[in-house]
Design a protein around this ligand. Structure first.
Ligand SMILES: O=c1ccn([C@@H]2O[C@H](COP(=O)(O)OP(=O)(O)O[C@H]3O[C@H](CO)[C@@H](O)[C@H](O)[C@H]3O)[C@@H](O)[C@H]2O)c(=O)[nH]1
Ligand SMILES: [Mn+2]
Length: 379
């Protein structure tokens, strides 16, 4: 049964987040969703990436960050830092669907989650950092231009207490914590991979029933490197991921290498590029897929990659098939990574962020980093 007026919706405002959107979309396909898949993109997304997106998603919808036709346009212009946030709100404009489930591009489904469509607007799971707030990485909503306008108006008048859409949505749907338990999605529908740390016994007890993993925080799966031979994520010394986190990261890369990489290679072939690097650059951000290919170095013909299928569940394949596939991929690429060069914020920007309370808790402003600096200063 396919339901055409309901959709999973995600958002990618650049080619980097597109990598996440592709893995999310593929994971939904792998688990045979009966709903449509839609991705919102902004003009910066490259044309190559758009064509890859359209082979995973039913709809690739370009939206602008700010629409001059909106009545609150001027008010929003005063708050340029909320631009990306407002793009997420755009999902309410998808009125050709009666109901949708929004999922962040840094989420991944572990099983079929179509039962989410039995829920009503506004359903979401608690945020692990402040459980009286919901996390806005997974939520059920009903597209409506009226709600959309109210949200924008609310944003223009009140801003967002955390500078992002999560603060804004929590203020807007402010009775979520108390009004209707039916709108509380179980945490298993938005399991933040880092909260596995804070309550290990619960994870050991319930973790096997996890349905959606959310790689929330500053370090995303695409910031890691993946070794295709060992099928493991490569760690650097500054991070200490738990075993479970590493398994979730490996799962992300597993889908990426099995299903997304072949799509990018197809694109590369179309562009008749024989170089070892496939680049997508824009706005100071650069995505590079670096391949170490013996077939490029020698003039041996490159073997055809196996046909792209929707089935990448390892258990659904025979061991021989898996081994031969792993071999083929391992021969053409040994280390997989996605690089990007974020535009460096100026010291003034950094200071303003601190003053506004928007520290990078997970990244450079994390306690251990600050402590390191203090220690260096004191000794
Ligand atoms: O430059 C960006 C940044 C974000 N996104 C999209 O917006 C989502 C949210 O951003 P993300 O980096 O995933 O934020 P989180 O680390 O998950 O942080 C939290 O805070 C965000 C801002 O309030 C909320 O959107 C998240 O749901 C919440 O989990 C992403 O998944 C993407 O879909 C982009 O497309 N481009
Ligand atoms: Mn997220």
């Amino acid at each position: 049964m396919s339901v055409t007026d309901q959709a999973f919706v995600t958002l990618a405002t650049d080619d980097v987040y597109c990598q996440g959107a592709l893995v999310l979309g593929q994971s939904l396909r792998n688990h045979k969703t009966s709903r449509k898949l839609a991705v919102l993109i902004t003009p910066e997304v490259s044309s190559g990436m758009r064509s890859v997106l359209s082979s995973v998603f039913d709809e690739v919808i370009e939206v602008s960050v700010l629409d001059s036709a909106d009545s609150v346009h001027l008010a929003l212009m005063q708050r340029p830092e909320l631009g990306v946030t407002f793009t997420k709100l755009r999902c309410w404009t998808l009125t050709h669907y009666s109901k949708c489930v929004f999922m962040d591009a840094d989420t991944l489904v572990l099983c079929n989650v179509d039962e989410l469509f039995d829920r009503e607007e506004f359903s979401a799971a608690p945020d692990s950092g402040w459980p009286d707030c919901f996390n806005s990485g997974v939520f059920v909503f009903r597209p409506s231009l009226k709600t959309y306008r109210l949200l924008l108006q609310f944003a223009a008048e009140h801003g967002s207490f955390d500078g992002g859409d999560q603060g804004l949505l929590n203020s807007f749907f402010s009775n979520w914590a108390t009004a209707d338990i039916g709108k509380h999605l179980p945490f298993l529908y938005n399991l933040s991979s880092s909260s596995v740390y804070t309550y290990v016994p619960a994870f050991n007890h319930f973790g096997r029933d996890a349905k959606v993993v959310h790689f929330l925080g500053a370090t995303k799966p695409w910031n890691y490197k993946y070794n295709l031979q060992t099928k493991r994520v490569m760690q650097d010394d500054t991070t200490a991921e738990s075993f479970h986190q590493l398994s979730f990261l490996a799962l992300w890369w597993n889908i990426y290498s099995a299903s997304i990489l072949p799509l990018l290679e197809k694109l590369q072939k179309m562009e008749e590029s024989e170089s070892e690097e496939c680049k997508h650059s824009f706005n100071g951000v650069e995505v590079t897929l670096k391949k170490v290919s013996p077939y490029v170095a020698s003039s041996l013909p490159k073997p055809e990659l196996p046909e792209q299928t929707n089935d990448v569940n390892p258990s659904a394949r025979s061991p021989e098939e898996l081994a031969s596939r792993a071999n083929e991929v391992a021969h053409s690429i040994s280390e997989l990574s996605i690089h990007f060069i974020p535009a460096k914020p100026s010291p003034e920007d950094e200071r303003r962020k601190w003053e506004e309370g928007r520290m990078d808790y997970m990244g450079k402003d994390a306690f251990e980093h600050i402590k390191k600096k203090l220690d260096a200063f004191l000794h």
